[in-house]
Design a protein around this ligand. Structure first.
Ligand SMILES: Nc1ncnc2c1ncn2[C@@H]1O[C@H](COP(=O)(O)OP(=O)(O)OP(=O)(O)O)[C@@H](O)[C@H]1O
Ligand SMILES: [Mg+2]
Length: 254
């Protein structure tokens, strides 16, 4: 099993969109049921990107509090991805789950170990922005940390803090790898182009050679509760996600 944690310091950079669309593109390559998407963000939005319309009530938060298996709340999306929602919960439940995660640093890792996933499965984890108990759990079980950035000054200014988190996590787990992904790339905008070049100088090979272009089809696909690859297979973002899936599957192959 390969685990990819999708993280960022800033909110709204596209973590949930990347998690869902990358999971769908990986499932299109690997086959149905080979890719799982885990929502560890109380916003509970990931399942919407994967075709599940109803406000998802049951999920990993409540399952954890009731000491039940996560696999019992997994649903297979029409797009070949197995989705584990966070679930729609009260503030009290959210707080209790966060206390549990704080006291059991390998909780997520242990639940994934009991999820019946094989060695060749890939799990993508969607996380909230910034430091949190969810991020700590993601760092504790990930093989690869995928940091999502926008090509703007705001994202650039977060790199020092991001690198410090990653260095701290790597001290605990020396095999942990991390890469940066540029989202909403727009080559027609000079600032976006220039910051892309600055980031490449700063991060070198850790900035993935494939970025995701700004493409309205990404937001439109969400409005239709679909990954962009199914909403518009020929658009720029679909091509980007397919190439990104191929690139990451090659580098995370067991
Ligand atoms: N490549 C893209 N092109 C166009 N729009 C995009 C792209 N990626 C994301 N978006 C849009 O940006 C907005 C924020 O995306 P998303 O919710 O995935 O970000 P997030 O990082 O998960 O946010 P949060 O920090 O709140 O969890 C959404 O409206 C989404 O449709
Ligand atoms: Mg999100």
């Amino acid at each position: 099993m390969s685990v990819i944690a999708v993280v960022s310091m800033k909110g709204g950079v596209g973590k949930t969109s990347v998690t869902a669309n990358l999971a769908a593109a990986m499932a299109a390559r690997l086959g149905e049921g080979q890719v799982a998407a885990l929502d560890l963000d109380p916003q509970n939005a990931l399942h919407l990107h994967l075709g599940f319309e109803a406000l998802q009530r049951e999920g990993v938060c409540r399952q954890s509090l009731q000491h039940r298996y996560w696999r019992d709340v997994a649903f297979t999306s029409p797009f070949g991805v197995s989705c584990l929602p966070y679930g729609s919960v009260s503030e009290g439940e959210r707080g209790a789950f966060e206390n549990l995660l704080a006291s059991e640093p390998d909780w997520v890792q242990r639940q994934l170990a009991h999820a019946g996933l094989g060695d060749d499965h890939v799990v993508l984890i969607d996380l909230p922005p910034g430091p949190s108990v969810y991020l700590d759990q993601g760092f504790a079980c990930a093989d690869l940390v995928l940091v999502v950035l926008l090509a703007d000054a705001g994202s650039y200014s977060t790199i020092i803090a991001m690198e410090s988190w990653i260095n701290e996590a790597t001290l605990q787990r020396p095999g942990l790898e991390s890469v940066y992904l540029l989202n909403q790339v727009d080559e027609a905008v000079p600032l976006s182009r220039d910051l892309g070049a600055v980031l490449r100088r700063r991060l070198g090979a850790r900035l993935l050679p494939i970025g995701i272009h700004r493409d309205e089809a990404v937001s439109e696909a969400l409005a239709f509760l679909q990954p962009v690859l199914f909403y518009d297979p020929r658009c720029q973002a679909s091509d980007d996600f397919q190439r990104l899936a191929a690139c990451l599957l090659e580098s995370t192959a067991p």
